[in-house]
Design a protein around this ligand. Structure first.
Ligand code: H2U
Ligand code: ZN
Length: 345
């Protein structure tokens, strides 16, 4: 072993307080495990059996309008409901439960059944970003909503039931686990330094350069130092920006460009329609300023070494800590070296 970074080591995630084990010496190990089928690439522009296509009937019996841009509807199988009775187990230390309320929506990104963010133009992705901003503003203005989680679950391998390009919004009265951890740690960092944690982090990353995959004048895409998933990335704003309500006139187009850049590279990596879960974390929408917060996106893609071989978070990772073989630096290098033009274009 030459230095610590090529020997097994662990890295700390300052956003969550969790460690990841990195085992760079293991990336050459032979693979004998399961292979997943690649997602079929060619699909019709309109699928008469799709619940999300324009003009089609959803599972609820409602008919979608003939929409021509992003289209939002209340999830017909919502996990959260706006009207729940107050209640729970009270102060019981061992059996703790409380009612939760919220609103779940589905956001169709495009009327085209066969597109994905990676296959959409930047101007059309910008319309999606503007839809997220409107939704965040509308839901965040309610006094029974504090957390607006905007996310996309893509690909059969991620359990996504429908290839029609769509994401979801789950807005809730309380912060879910991940935003709650990030809130506590960003607030504590701000109390110590008077600057947002992710603002300082991006400044350091841009100076190092090694883990940066793409940047425009407002946003950067990088593989975080503490990434768990082989090709995990984050999108971070270059200025202080805690939530969608702080976007200026040029931010939506710049964020759309960054989203296009990373999703195209992802598809190019294994020449597939690349699966992932992605989503935005933003400040709690309770009316307070939350100066320690930086809005950001996480991309968590499962694929490891081809369109058919995914990483499993099992064994030590379920019972101990997550672990990775390929280093974040090597993953960033691979993503950066890919073309910004989609392999099907
Ligand atoms: P996924 O494919 O990522 O699971 O998301 C599809 C969502 O769309 C899912 O939450 C909702 C499902 O409840 N849906 C409807 O609300 N109506 C439908 O007719 C089909 C799917
Ligand atoms: Zn469809």
């Amino acid at each position: 072993m030459t230095d610590w970074s090529s020997a097994p080591h662990r890295r700390f995630n300052p956003l969550t307080g969790a460690w990841v084990l990195v085992s760079p010496h293991r990336s050459q190990r032979p693979w004998l495990g399961q292979t997943e089928l690649a997602t079929p690439v060619f699909m019709p522009a309109h699928d008469p059996t799709c619940h999300l296509c324009p003009g089609n009937t959803r599972a609820s019996g409602e008919v979608n309008p003939p929409y021509d841009g992003p289209f939002v509807f209340d999830n017909d199988f919502a996990a959260l409901l706006p009207d729940t009775p107050e209640g729970g187990t009270g102060e019981d230390e061992l059996f703790r439960a409380e009612t939760e309320s919220g609103i779940c929506r589905v956001v169709c990104f495009s009327p085209r059944h066969d597109l994905t963010l990676a296959r959409m133009g930047v101007a059309d992705i910008e319309r999606v970003v503007r839809t997220w901003m409107e939704q965040s503003a509308e839901l965040g203005a309610r006094d029974d909503i504090v957390s607006v989680q905007i996310f996309e679950n893509r690909g059969a391998v991620m359990g996504c039931s429908n290839p029609h390009p769509h994401g979801q919004i789950w807005a809730s009265r309380r912060l879910p686990n991940q935003p709650a951890l990030e809130d506590a740690r960003q607030s504590a960092y701000y109390a110590r330094h008077g600057r947002p944690l992710l603002f300082d982090y991006l400044e350091r990353e841009l100076a190092i350069g090694q883990r940066v995959v793409h940047e425009n004048d407002r946003f950067a895409v990088l593989v975080p130092f503490w990434a768990l998933w082989p090709f995990e990335t984050m999108i971070l704003p270059k200025r202080r920006l805690a939530g969608f309500d702080e976007f200026d006139a040029a931010d939506p187009a710049a964020l759309a460009e960054a989203l296009s850049a990373i999703t195209v590279r992802y598809d190019n990596l294994f020449r597939t329609s690349f699966p992932y879960s992605m989503g935005f974390h933003q400040k709690p929408l309770d009316g307070a300023a939350h100066p320690g917060w930086q809005l950001h996106a996480h991309f968590y893609p499962p694929l490891l070494r081809s369109a058919t071989v995914k990483k499993f978070m099992v064994g030590f990772e379920m019972l101990g800590s997550p672990q990775r073989d390929i280093t974040p630096e090597a993953a960033a290098e691979r993503l950066r070296s890919l073309s910004s033009v989609h392999w099907l274009d």
